[in-house]
Design a binder for this molecule. Structure first.
Ligand SMILES: [Zn+2]
Length: 171
């Protein structure tokens, strides 16, 4: 896990992904928390898929930005996921935001779903957590975020996943 305090020290494709995550916050539906979260997922081939949190009056049915992006990727049969950038900012009014100064970490549910995606991928997915003022950028990965995670290996279906869901089968 590495922490950076400036976006310009990162490689350009990572910078771009962070900007895409920032852009994705505009798709957030957050009338309850006013906390708009954006995620930008990049596949090994460079395809970028965006997600944002979508809240619900029942609260519990809210879905996070990370899962919103990941489920879209799976719907498109994109399983070779390289990295995901996540950021959040406080939504004040139409196109008005208060920037966050601390990186926002994925919730436990999203860590579990990221762990699943990494097991299909066959290796950890890089995770970039950033404050929306870009003063705190944490570079980590799915293995660090969920050590000893429960997954397909525990249910004995890793071979099945490997044979059915690797992108190499779908090119
Ligand atoms: Zn979450």
């Amino acid at each position: 896990m590495e922490t950076y305090h400036s976006i310009v020290t990162l490689e350009s494709s990572v910078q771009n992904l962070i900007h895409q995550a920032m852009n994705a916050t505009k798709g957030s539906y957050c009338p309850y928390s006013h906390f708009s979260v954006g995620a930008a997922l990049m596949t090994e081939t460079g395809l970028i898929i965006l997600g944002a949190n979508v809240e619900n009056a029942s609260y519990g049915l809210t879905i996070c930005a990370e899962r919103s992006a990941l489920f879209q990727a799976f719907n498109r049969r994109e399983y070779d996921l390289k990295r995901i950038a996540i950021t959040a900012r406080k939504w004040l009014a139409q196109d008005a935001y208060e920037e966050t100064t601390k990186a926002t970490a994925p919730c436990g549910a999203c860590r579990q779903v990221l762990h699943e995606a990494a097991s299909v991928n066959g290796k950890p997915i890089e995770v970039i957590l950033t404050s929306s003022d870009f003063q705190e950028i944490i570079v980590t990965n799915t293995a660090e975020l969920l050590p000893s995670g429960f997954g397909s290996e525990d249910l004995g279906v890793q071979d099945y996943i490997d044979s059915m869901y690797r992108n190499s089968l779908h090119v």
